[in-house]
Design a protein around this ligand. Structure first.
Ligand SMILES: Cc1cc2nc3c(=O)[nH]c(=O)nc-3n(C[C@H](O)[C@H](O)[C@H](O)COP(=O)(O)OP(=O)(O)OC[C@H]3O[C@@H](n4cnc5c(N)ncnc54)[C@H](O)[C@@H]3O)c2cc1C
Length: 453
């Protein structure tokens, strides 16, 4: 078998037919290094047609034009790359729970393969699809180096508890990807009328907030791969020392490519592991594999991943004890959104986010902790963090975002610290800490200048 069978999980009990294989592309929006697509290709073999389908939901969890634009640019590249391999690409629009079974019925499909995704809405779509398909729906984990269903059967407490499990299984799963072979069956033999996607019509069908516009970051799997290659050649060496300096441009900037599946995290892990860049390589693998896969573990096992109910009892207790502490400053969601606080540093971080679709990882922690400190309640703070994160970050609506927000506001995967007003024993951060790590004034000047245009 091309794909380790422990990556594969069947979502219903239906028997397979002999018709075409459909790969329902969802979280992994790429052709290369894609375990789900490889598995579908292997099932199709030399005699059964393989069709790749993507189902576009015209308005998704408050996503804005910024995120849709990046995703659609990536999917246009997917269609072109699949055409090179004679694999048809179908773009559906609507509710995937209805559209995917509809396509499978029209094609007389014998099996549908799709991507692992721990988020509730994706699992609901998969559940609806699994229930109405008369053939198997097979899930393949192409996002985690160690498949999330294999690494642990429960919610892990922290990085320190998942790390040994990941390290133990690394050797088994960190393998090179096989190549995807072209399809030999042509469109007429498929018996389908599969016209190329009309991308203008697809864009016209969007029902999204256009006030948050596209960003210039090149999209698609070739761009993701080029960004990875540049990072490994030029920056991974300094990653351990410089990654907490927002002025240093030391991090990989790969998160949007991972979020939209335009780059396989496993490809990045293979490249880092082969780089021979000592400390930098180790520090990068810790974030890329241990921290990132801890987020999938949390969302898979905790249905409350986007509310305070997902936090640990000690954290809820301490936040509650400090619920009525006077706040040094109090801002509404709208004031935060408009970057109108008293803090030059906080406003600069929010400006970076609004302008570029990306906030540096160190600043994300500071930014979210100050929202806790300056909001009326911890519940309102978490709502504001998630709403702004998902509205402006290109990589928003991701398990990493839900975990980052709960880590900042409610001590998820962290421990209790010295007690303070408002925070209780949740870890505190302040501007002096930032000043010890980097040149705060240079950061502010850069983003103030960007805002002035
Ligand atoms: C409040 C808050 C919100 C966040 N929102 C998101 C989000 O919406 N989407 C998102 O992908 N990440 C989010 N993160 C996690 C992290 O900040 C980003 O992944 C990282 O800054 C992306 O930049 P990079 O690709 O240059 O990271 P690098 O430092 O180059 O790291 C490489 C990769 O490792 C993973 N990674 C790095 N840091 C973390 C972390 N702390 N937890 C989990 N995985 C990590 C990411 O996949 C990242 O692309 C959030 C963190 C916080 C504190």
């Amino acid at each position: 078998m091309l794909v380790n069978e422990k990556r594969i999980h069947t979502l219903n009990g239906a028997s397979a037919g002999s018709g075409p294989v459909v790969y329902w592309m969802s979280r992994e929006q790429r052709v290369a290094d894609n375990w789900g697509l490889l598995h579908a290709r292997e099932l199709a073999g030399g005699t059964r047609p393989l069709v790749v389908a993507f189902c576009l939901v015209p308005g998704f969890l408050g996503a804005t034009l910024r995120q849709y634009d990046f995703m659609l640019r990536g999917l246009e590249a997917v269609e072109a790359e699949l055409a090179r391999l004679s694999i048809p690409f179908v773009m559906l629009t609507g509710d995937p729970g209805r559209e995917i079974p509809g396509l499978a019925a029209r094609l007389g499909a014998g099996v549908v393969v799709t991507d692992f995704d721990p988020l509730r809405i994706k699992q609901a779509w998969q559940g609806d699809t699994a229930g109405s398909l008369g053939v198997p729906l097979i899930e393949v984990d192409g996002h985690n180096v160690i498949p999330a269903r294999q690494v642990s059967a429960k919610q892990e407490y922290a990085a320190r508890t998942i790390r040994p499990k990941i390290h133990r299984l690394f050797g088994e799963y960190l393998e090179e990807f096989p190549e995807l072979t072209p399809q030999r069956i042509t469109d007429p033999e498929l018996g389908l009328e599969l016209a190329p996607v009309d991308w203008r019509a697809v864009r016209g069908s969007l029902r999204v907030d256009e006030s948050v516009g596209p960003v210039a970051l090149p999209a698609g799997e070739a761009a993701g791969r080029a960004a990875l290659d540049r990072f490994i050649a030029e920056r991974v060496e300094g990653y351990a020392g410089d990654r907490n300096d927002p002025n240093a441009d030391a991090t990989s900037r790969l998160s949007a490519y991972f979020h939209f599946g335009q780059l396989a995290p496993q490809r990045a892990a293979l490249a880092a592991a082969a780089s021979g860049r000592g400390e930098g390589q180790e520090a990068f693998l810790e974030e890329l594999v241990v921290r990132r896969e801890l987020s999938d573990n949390f969302c898979l096992h905790n249905p409350h991943y986007d509310s305070l109910r997902g936090a640990a009892p000690w954290a809820l207790k301490t936040l509650d004890e400090h619920r009525h502490d006077p706040r040094p400053h109090l801002y509404s969601h709208e004031q935060f959104d408009a970057a109108r606080t008293h803090s030059r540093l906080w406003n600069a971080a929010q400006t970076q986010l609004r302008a570029s679709g990306y906030m540096h990882g160190y600043m994300r922690m500071y930014w979210a902790k100050k929202i806790l400190e300056w909001s009326a309640t911890p519940e309102e703070a978490l709502e504001t963090v998630l709403a702004l994160n998902d509205r402006y970050q290109l990589d928003g609506r991701d398990p990493n975002g839900y975990v980052g927000a709960l880590w900042s506001v409610a001590g998820l995967h962290d421990r209790a610290w010295k007690t303070r007003p408002v925070y209780g024993s949740i870890r505190y951060m302040n501007e002096n800490g930032c000043r010890r790590k980097f040149d705060v004034d240079a950061y502010c000047e850069r983003w103030e200048a960007a805002e002035r245009g």
